[in-house]
Design a protein around this ligand. Sequence first.
Ligand code: ZN
Length: 405
Amino acid sequence: MDKQPALNIGLVGHIDHGKTTLLYQLTGVWADKHSEELRRGITIKLGYADAIIRKCESCGILTTKSRCEKCKGEAKPLRWVSFVDAPGHEMLMATMLGGAAIIDAAILVIAANEPFPQPQTKEHLLALKAKGINQIIVAQNKIDLVKKEQALEQYLKIKEFMHKILGKEVPIVPVCAQQGINIDALLEEILKLKVPERDTKSKPLFLVARSFDINKPGTEIKDLAGGVLGGTLKKGKLKVNDKIEIKPGIAIKKHDITEYKTIKTKVVEIRAGSKKLDEAFPSGSLAIQTALDPSLTKADSLAGCVVGLENELPEITYKMKIKTNLFEEIVGAKEKQIKVEPIKTNEFLLLSVNTAITIGNVLSVKKDTIELALKIPVVAFPNERVGIARNFKGHWRLIGYGEIL
Ligand code: ZN
């Protein structure tokens, strides 16, 4: 068995289509239960839960439990994966894009008993496309609530729609998450997902998706655990005791000017799920405990930052040049089909760079290349995918993606 989860799989889709229930069926974790959140500490606060996919040695069924549910046979572990639950409800485009930066593949949950496609479903699918995630499995959920013909009709609609947007076929697995029906077929598709080639030779780069303080209120200072960063190692290796820097770091407000200060610290502990690691490779979700004062990391205050070895990260930048690719229509708008107008000088765009979100003022437009002045600085890596959203009637709507030049 691997030392770390092989893949980070995002669970995306419209609210109420059953993401949370499906996550429970796959992992045994209720992601939105507060008590569970407290009990589980680090893992659940990351918004992720792990599962080991196993095969029953007697009947061959796939399961995430240690014993086969059908014949009670011993189940042999095949693949360890982590699921990243995209926050539900008030999910903004921004959160979705930030989350998409740390996943390798996604399960798009679509309810069989709702009209298809929902604006949010389309929005999520395009967000995945914008971030360059092309391994997608559709879970057609709640099939118990519709007639067979209805399920089949929607299945064909999904198939055509996915082909139109992604230019390829994707697996569509009918399931009933509530009753755990056909979950093994979904696991089979998860087993087929390709593990991207991992770069372990470069200098480490860790993307921070979440950050928090794991101490219980009232803990004495001498007993305080250092601030924790959750996210994924994009490349390189990271070891316990490595001296690291975090950028852009802390925002310090002086009068009307906000400055960003790089944070330097060291790695105290690395965890993949509940497993402690001495050394981490780029695979799955990780939690890094640092020597930082936990007040610096609480409430996701460092989400969007990047971590590297001390003095090895590029400088932060307030200016960025992007080669853009615009969609034809605005996504997620309730109103039907609104054309995406070309980007104009002086307009403000929301950009998602790695796990960071920033607003940029367009300084110049030359064909498909735009230059922007950023409100919040980022650490920009050439060729990195950037999601681009435009404000439309008070909502940020994804209009396309770009590549950092
Ligand atoms: Zn069995």
